[in-house]
Design a protein around this ligand. Structure first.
Ligand SMILES: Cc1cc2nc3c(=O)[nH]c(=O)nc-3n(C[C@H](O)[C@H](O)[C@H](O)COP(=O)(O)O)c2cc1C
Length: 189
């Protein structure tokens, strides 16, 4: 059992991403993980002024964000594709912290209205997570035509996804365990 942070990448009022993120949360809980569900809309995160470490007297929502990121063993960003990259909302959420991510793996899930499932956003996120010190696992998980994969109540319509996600999360779990075991021995900084 590990602690996994799931990042919701959209703050649009009609966001499809919330369905993807809630589905992933369920899948992680089925594997007995504790999930930190990081939703910038729920947290009402403004555009970044100060990073957490620069705040003198952080408001509770920033403390919560910091604790969730710091206490996680791994990260799953759920990103939409906006103009061939990730969303400003996700990047903004990630930027509040830095050291908190170090030496933990990430697994990127992307989705889009089009047929490529947000692969451009996923590729850019790999670079971002490398810089955050939370390298992404080799596989990424794409959801094309997301509006056809979940109904308006957030129910999964395509059972194939339950099979596909198992392999992806098996891979992620392996890296989470490997990094966790190595962190016990110490980290370079
Ligand atoms: C600003 C903006 C840019 C978009 N750019 C792309 C794009 O480059 N490729 C794509 O396949 N879909 C694009 N879309 C469609 C989104 O993939 C689709 O609206 C998706 O549901 C967005 O995620 P969300 O509903 O969680 O916000 C774009 C949507 C928006 C709002």
């Amino acid at each position: 059992m590990s602690k996994i942070a799931v990042f919701v990448g959209s703050v649009r009022s009609d966001r499809n991403g919330i369905f993807v993120a809630r589905w992933i949360e369920t899948k992680l809980k089925e594997r007995n993980h504790d999930v930190f569900f990081i939703d910038p809309m729920e947290l009402q995160l403004p555009l970044l002024d100060r990073m957490y470490k620069e705040m003198r007297d952080p408001e509770p929502k920033y403390q919560k964000l910091h604790e969730m990121i710091k206490n996680s063993d791994g990260y799953i960003p759920v990103t939409p594709e906006y103009n061939h990259t990730t969303s400003a909302a996700l990047k903004n959420t990630l930027d509040y912290c830095l050291d908190e991510y170090f030496f933990k793996p990430s697994a990127i899930i992307s989705y889009s209205a089009g047929v490529f499932g947000g692969i451009n956003a996923a590729q850019h996120l790999r670079q971002i997570f490398a810089e955050l010190g939370a390298p992404s696992i080799p596989s990424s998980f794409q959801i094309p035509k997301v509006q056809e994969v979940f109904d308006k109540g957030g129910n999964l319509l395509d059972e194939e996804y339950n099979k596909r996600i198992k392999r992806f999360l098996d891979e992620f779990d392996w890296y989470v365990e490997a990094f966790k075991n190595q962190r016990v021995k110490g980290t370079p900084y």
